[in-house]
Design a protein around this ligand. Structure first.
Ligand SMILES: Cc1ncc(COP(=O)(O)O)c(C=O)c1O
Length: 375
């Protein structure tokens, strides 16, 4: 099996521990254990239960308590048995793709998106066709183009909603049109929904494909919207046959999730209104700062994200994105992701859900770097 190196993860690994201003991070500024205890409203009870936790393998598919809490993020179609926990969304995506992709079939995937979503199907022997999300369409999928990319060999359509790297949000009417294309081909519709529940534009929501379609499969995790990447807890939600296939795959890689991670993820989801209120407060406040900053930088532009933690920013300088981002890092320590990680040149992705002082310091360092280019 041949698999492309994962650009985003490699760039993160190479820079994140030495960056002065990490505005590449895609998680909402992570919680401490103490903060989670406070948000739970029952610190003593949570600590007592953790102390009593039996440190065996635990429930292989994820504890009933956690799976019940995850199921509440979905509608009636998804119950606790329609959920399988995984090592983050990255683990969940891998399981779902491994379960759903057949060699010799075609897979249509939105692009730009998280590279795993198309490099894994490619490595599994599928022909992957890119449904390009264009700036002029607000980075939303064009349903006619999607239809034209599918054929009788199409077994899977892959979405990422809300989208990494653009922060675009496919809302329900458009999602339903995409479901119709999948249904016409009798294809699975897999959506990486790791930024779901962070629809920060007032009045917007992102329904799950698992709720809209009998062959819809969703992945999610505690990392982004819930600010708990260190728990390494994600999940797949979907029809029983897919969950069983994912478990068949997972038996080879992961006996079970960590029992303490599982317990804390359940605590967080059970008080998710408070956790999400904090996250939304951070992204809304910080995005207002990015808006003002972009307005002051005439050679930068973006389609304002409607959801999630990240934005794709285009620049009007004749410098390839790797050189641009490395130069910025070396000059003033501002750390962002080159657009080429997503097949988008003259662009970079930034995360705006970090601590306020990091965002402000990072934006100032980017501006200082831009001045050196104008020299
Ligand atoms: C779209 C997308 N999916 C999955 C992941 C992996 O997240 P996790 O920490 O839950 O494994 C990321 C992380 O950046 C992401 O952006």
């Amino acid at each position: 099996m041949q698999i492309e190196p994962f650009f985003v993860e490699q760039w993160m690994n190479a820079h994140e521990t030495t960056a002065t201003w990490n505005i590449a991070e895609t998680c909402v500024h992570s919680l401490t254990f103490e903060e989670l205890l406070e948000l739970s409203g029952d610190a003593d009870g949570v600590l007592r239960r953790l102390r009593d936790t039996w440190l065996g393998y635990g429930d292989i598919v994820g504890s009933p308590r956690l799976r019940a809490a995850i199921a509440t993020l979905y509608g009636e179609r998804i119950g606790p048995d329609d959920v399988l926990t995984a090592n983050g969304a990255i683990g969940a995506n891998f399981l779902a793709l491994y379960a759903l992709v057949e060699p010799g079939t075609t897979v249509v995937s939105v692009q730009p998106t998280y590279q795993q979503l198309f490099s894994v199907p490619q490595s599994l022997g599928a022909e992957v066709r890119a449904l390009r999300l264009r700036e002029e369409d607000g980075y939303l999928p064009d349903v006619e183009a999607l239809h034209a990319l599918t054929d009788e060999r199409t077994r899977l359509i892959v979405l990422n909603n809300p989208n990494n790297p653009t922060g675009a949000l496919i809302d329900e009417p458009l999602l339903r049109q995409i479901v119709e294309v999948a249904r016409e081909r009798d294809a699975w519709l897999f959506c990486d929904e790791v930024y779901r529940k962070l629809e920060h534009e007032p009045g917007s929501t992102a329904p799950s494909v698992a709720d809209l379609y009998e062959k819809g499969v969703s992945s999610g995790s505690m990392s982004k919207s819930y600010s708990l990447a260190g728990l390494r807890t994600g999940w797949v939600a979907g029809p029983p046959e897919v969950i069983q296939r994912c478990l068949d795959v997972r038996d080879y890689t992961t006996i079970s999730g960590g029992v303490l991670d599982d317990a804390l993820a359940a605590v967080a989801l059970e008080c998710r209104d408070r956790v999400l209120a904090r996250s939304l407060d951070i992204v809304r406040g910080n995005l207002a700062i990015v808006d003002e900053w972009i307005a002051r930088e005439p050679r930068l532009r973006y389609v304002r994200p409607r959801a999630g933690t990240i934005a794709l920013i285009r620049y009007d300088y004749d410098v390839p994105s790797v050189d641009f981002c490395q130069g910025m890092f070396d000059e003033g320590g501002a750390f962002v992701m080159p657009g080429i990680a997503f097949g988008e040149e003259h662009a970079f992705r930034m995360g705006y859900a970090c601590a306020r002082d990091v965002l402000e310091g990072g934006l100032a360092a980017v501006s200082d770097f831009l001045r050196t280019l104008e020299g």
